[in-house]
Design a protein around this ligand. Structure first.
Ligand SMILES: Cc1ncc(COP(=O)(O)O)c(C=O)c1O
Length: 389
């Protein structure tokens, strides 16, 4: 397949295009949707075929026997991430926002603090707050234009009321692939403060050449307090299937999680399971390799142009297709640069402050689109900031 193929998603109930006018005032008629984290690409043929086979059969009853599905997950994690997962450690949730919410429900109590390294994926704070827990923001530090962690500062912030930390690895929106030392430091921090560590690794397949994602399970001495989260949905652009995996090796934590899943009557939907089983295959893997190459070129086109506009600076993307652009060099207020992007350039993007403390000078651009769209976007940005050039 060609990632260059334009696909009109307007009027299909897709949130990215069909809600952009309502939420950002950018018309889908002449605007570009570069916000929500899904891609403008069709999934690989093996995934399409799995849905087609369901349609051809034509009966959509209850799903049973998830052994092939779990074997596919085991194969993927072993071959792509050198991580050996046991089938009994795998839970299937209604996606990973739900997975995060389930962890909060299973492992924390109302009023507890849940630590986030901000700015970070906005839904974490939303579910923590909605569950009556306290969001504890530990701000990432910008060092040489990229995010790092400062554990001396975070240690000083802890009050003893914190019971969980949620790590986004690789990091959305900063695009960091955390190093082994950084992951070890997160694990040590979790141990020091007696926190359950939830590692959301949904972006782990979308890593650019020169960087290697290390699963948190590869870090020493953390397995008794670790919850891993992965999914097919970002990797294969099937977010609407709403399936994710919460993977827990520790038997005591696993029992607590299983109890909450049972209490809430949660079981997965068959479309998501069929798609995931078809995706985690050699054909799916070959498609992901091509996808990453394509995204790598997109990030070059985007970065070269954006960083050529005085005052704009994109964080170097090590992973993810979400470019985090710093506008502070323009000297403009958030209101002004946002207006130029949304009203003048007519691009719908995510606003930095929604990602928590540290996001104020930023906008997040989704570059997982045909190259012509990315090119169009940077041309629009050049025009909208022409007076700076
Ligand atoms: C870090 C992270 N976790 C979870 C999600 C969403 O997961 P789901 O669609 O499975 O709920 C996203 C989507 O952008 C994300 O970036």
């Amino acid at each position: 397949m060609s990632f260059d193929e334009p696909i009109d998603r307007r009027g299909t109930h897709c949130v990215k295009w069909d809600m952009m006018e309502k939420l950002y005032g950018v018309s889908p008629q002449d605007g570009l949707a570069m916000w929500v984290a899904d891609m403008e690409f069709k999934p690989p043929q093996c995934v399409q075929d799995s849905v087609q086979a369901m349609v051809d059969h034509g009966v959509y009853g209850y799903f049973g026997d998830d052994s092939r599905y779990k074997a596919a997950i085991q194969w993927w994690m072993a071959t792509r991430h050198n991580w050996h997962v046991t089938p009994e450690s795998i839970f299937t949730t209604h996606g990973l926002v739900n997975g995060t919410a389930m962890c909060i429900d299973a492992f924390t109590a109302p009023g507890d603090g849940v630590v986030l390294f901000t700015p970070v994926y906005h839904a974490f704070a939303r579910v923590i707050a909605a569950a009556g827990r306290k969001v504890v923001e530990c701000e990432l530090v910008k060092t040489s234009g990229r995010y790092e962690m400062d554990f001396a500062a975070y240690d000083a912030q802890m009050t003893g009321a914190e019971t969980m930390v949620v790590l986004c690895s690789p990091h959305n929106p900063g695009g960091r692939v955390w190093t082994r030392d950084e992951l070890q430091a997160v694990a040590d921090f979790a141990k020091r403060h007696d926190l359950i560590l939830v590692s959301d690794e949904i972006h782990h397949d979308l890593v650019f050449p020169g960087h290697t994602h290390i699963p948190m399970t590869a870090i020493d001495g953390i397995s008794d307090r670790l919850v891993m989260m992965t999914a097919t949905t970002k990797t294969f652009n099937i977010a609407g299937s709403h399936v994710g995996n919460v993977i827990i090796e520790d038997t005591e934590l696993r029992a607590r999680f299983a109890q909450r899943m049972a209490a809430l009557g949660l079981t997965p939907n068959s479309f998501g399971l069929f798609m995931a089983t078809a995706a985690y295959t050699p054909d799916g893997a070959a498609w992901v390799d091509e996808l990453v190459q394509y995204l790598d070129q997109n990030r070059r086109v985007f970065d070269d142009a954006v960083n050529g506009i005085p005052g704009l600076k994109s964080m170097p993307l090590e992973a993810t297709y979400l470019s985090w652009v710093d506008f502070s060099g323009t000297g403009m207020s958030m209101e002004e640069f946002t207006q130029r992007v949304q009203t003048d350039a007519r691009i719908a993007v995510n606003l930095g402050p929604t990602f928590g403390t540290g996001g104020a000078d930023f906008l997040r651009f989704n570059i997982a689109a045909p190259r012509a769209v990315v090119q169009d976007a940077v041309d629009r940005l050049r025009r909208a900031f022409a007076d700076l050039q």
